[in-house]
Design a protein around this ligand. Sequence first.
Ligand code: GH3
Ligand code: MG
Ligand code: MG
Length: 334
Amino acid sequence: MNNTILIVDDSKHVQRQIEIFLKSEGYSQLLFANSAYEAFNLLNLENDTIDLILMDISMPGIDGVEACQKINTSGHLKNIPVIMITADDTNEGLKKAFDAGAIDYIKKPLNSVELIARINSVLRLKKEMDERAQRETELLQLTQILEETNAKLQQANEMLRHLSRTDSLTGVANRRFFDEILHSEWKRSTRLSKPISLLMIDIDCFKNYNDAYGHQKGDECLKQVANALLNAVKRQCDIISRYGGEEFAALLSDTDEKGALMVANTMQSNLAAMKIPHKNSHAGNNVTVSIGVSSIVPDTTSVPEMLISTADKALYLAKYEGRDRIKFFPTMKT
Ligand code: GH3
Ligand code: MG
Ligand code: MG
């Protein structure tokens, strides 16, 4: 058997006797200590390999009860079971041994059958406890791995959700997400009878810009315009999206004509401050935008498409009148 047993007894005679009993049962890995002190030295060196301690209760110096207490209260040793060997089998003596943390006791004079039976049963118990502790550790590790995987999955999902809503060139919302938000905000505004405004923003003479500076510069310009627009809105629920090509849409909840025109003006002045040169524009020397604005307090008779088409008409008028300007039409209810 490959269990290691430590025998702690100040009597060489008892050590010898136990050795004979155990070896005849196949327990060959035995360690001996003449005192608790010696036992601690061995335990410090070999605590990983010792499966069981047989401890004499009465020894000079540190006695068995005190030694057992120490073992039982020390973190790295407390899982090693201790069987007390005692000549004192009065209730008081046994209580002391069990209070100190002994798992069992054997009376002197030693009886081979009893000794082996008790050792076998304690070792069986120890094995079961070790296996259970091992399973618990494995379960804990598995739980940790699962938690980590779950956190990573959530992160990945979050990232995917963000990507699926974002225009990859400019980083603003994409058209799909805009449509989603338009419908949900429309419902909310209808329920609360609050105004909602839409800005359709189109870069002026952008075809000429691409022709003059190349497509890559054109892409850079789109990013800059997107930033100018983003910097004009402050509220969490305001959404800027790339509506298509060089056209953006801004949806402003709980915002009326006055507020919407203020945002549109800020967008234009943000862009003007960037001074992005555009030598072939009909609207000036720098990149500009035209903005069509519309507002409505929606009710159950109106639909979001009415707001879009009115803002589009306002944008068309802004272009028609010479670009680089803002036009407003209220959305009429039918
Ligand atoms: P207007 O002032 O009337 O709006 O004139 P415009 O030239 O801006 O409008 P038009 O609709 O004639 O042309 C839009 C141009 O926008 C054509 C296309 O090359 C450019 N464009 C659309 N999407 C992108 C893009 O993702 N990157 C670049 N670089 N250019 C784009
Ligand atoms: Mg344009
Ligand atoms: Mg356009």
